[in-house]
Design a protein around this ligand. Structure first.
Ligand code: SF4
Length: 343
């Protein structure tokens, strides 16, 4: 049975025609699924019983099984889903004043083995399909009663730019007026720094927000924390990010988690100032690291974080200090899946 979310509107219209279904029904189905969040053909009240039955025989809409969910005292809610082939993925809802952000996974596991991340610990399984990515969003949308999903971030398990085609296909439906209708500027791709894919993304004519996991501003330390840096070192990465900001006119965000005793000294801040010198459309987002027992990761203490931030501000770097959300529920990428696999 085919997942109907694999089709964009045009493709679904021609698929319907080939099945003897009038093309205009495709738009109706899109409205039910993406706008009204209905994932059961029998509840689509403007379709005939015959058509509902035909669609039910041919297509599925949502194929995620909820294994576990946890709600934080700050409102963040995390979900562990099982895919049809038993792979586990995570997604998170992050509510805030005036916005609700959905954070989704793009791969089953991850091959990049960043030293501070639980997602890579169980290895890489496979890329998620476009419909599986959209399925996560549909599920999140159905769980936020009375509120709208306003932002999507690709910051869950996996590296989105390593699953480029499926992620871009999903983004086009998220962004489309007939789909979730979420503006490109409210969609963020977070990458560990796949330089050629950043260059490709710059040519897509989409104003997607780009967020780069930096975490160190010299190649030695970054290669140690993020092995991907050996293949795509800082100089080329920053050059590709500058090109991205010029082409899209969007600010690039560099994420910098502060890990105790690893990358939180003033020398590290100094490296950062040097690296981003002259990069006007850039911002550093400082994030306290999550405790990850399995990886011996501890957040830097508050004083170190403030000193780090003040140093950057003093040298004219645009910087924000992000409050970690959902700490009490293991909301860091991959933690819930890891805990579940170990049980
Ligand atoms: S930070 Fe991202 S790229 Fe690195 S291991 Fe985790 S999921 Fe993979």
């Amino acid at each position: 049975m085919q997942d109907i979310k694999e089709f964009n509107l045009k493709e679904l219209e021609s698929e319907f025609l080939s099945l003897g279904i009038k093309a205009y029904h495709a738009r109706q189905i899109f409205t039910w699924i993406y706008k009204k969040g209905v994932f059961d053909f029998s509840r689509m009240s403007d379709l005939s019983s015959k058509l509902k039955k035909l669609l039910d025989d041919k297509f599925k809409i949502l194929d995620l099984k909820l294994i576990q969910s946890r709600k934080s005292k700050d409102g963040t809610k995390k979900f562990l889903f099982e895919l049809a082939d038993k792979n586990l993925i995570e997604a998170v809802i992050i509510p805030a004043q005036g916005r609700v952000t959905g954070c989704v996974s793009t791969q089953g596991g991850c091959k990049f083995s960043c030293k501070f991340c639980a997602s890579g610990l169980l290895g890489f399984k496979r890329n998620l399909t476009c419909s599986e990515i959209l399925g996560e969003i549909l599920y999140l949308k159905s769980d936020i009663y009375g509120r709208n999903l306003t932002h999507i971030v690709f910051m869950g398990i996996g590296e989105p730019l390593d699953n480029y085609d499926n992620v871009l296909e999903a983004i086009r439906i998220i962004n489309s007026k007939d789909g979730f209708n979420i503006g490109a500027r409210r969609i963020t791709i977070s990458t560990c720094g796949i330089t050629p894919a950043i260059k490709r993304l710059a040519e897509e004519n989409l104003q997607i927000e780009l967020s780069v996991s930096l975490h160190a501003a010299n190649d030695k330390l970054r290669s140690n924390l993020m092995p991907v840096n050996k293949k795509y070192p800082l100089k080329e990465l920053i050059k590709a990010c500058k090109e991205y900001s010029l082409k899209t006119n969007r600010q690039v965000t560099f994420e910098h988690i502060l890990i105790k005793g690893v990358n939180s000294s003033l020398k590290n801040a100094q490296d950062l100032v040097k690296l981003l010198e002259g990069f006007k459309l850039s911002k550093i987002n400082i994030i306290p690291a999550n405790y990850i027992k399995e990886l011996h990761i501890e957040p830097a203490d508050k004083t170190a974080m403030i000193l780090f931030k003040d140093y950057l501000v003093k040298y004219g770097v645009h910087v924000t200090l992000r409050k970690e959300r959902g700490e009490d529920i293991g909301a860091a990428c991959g933690q819930l899946r890891l805990q579940h696999e170990k049980e």
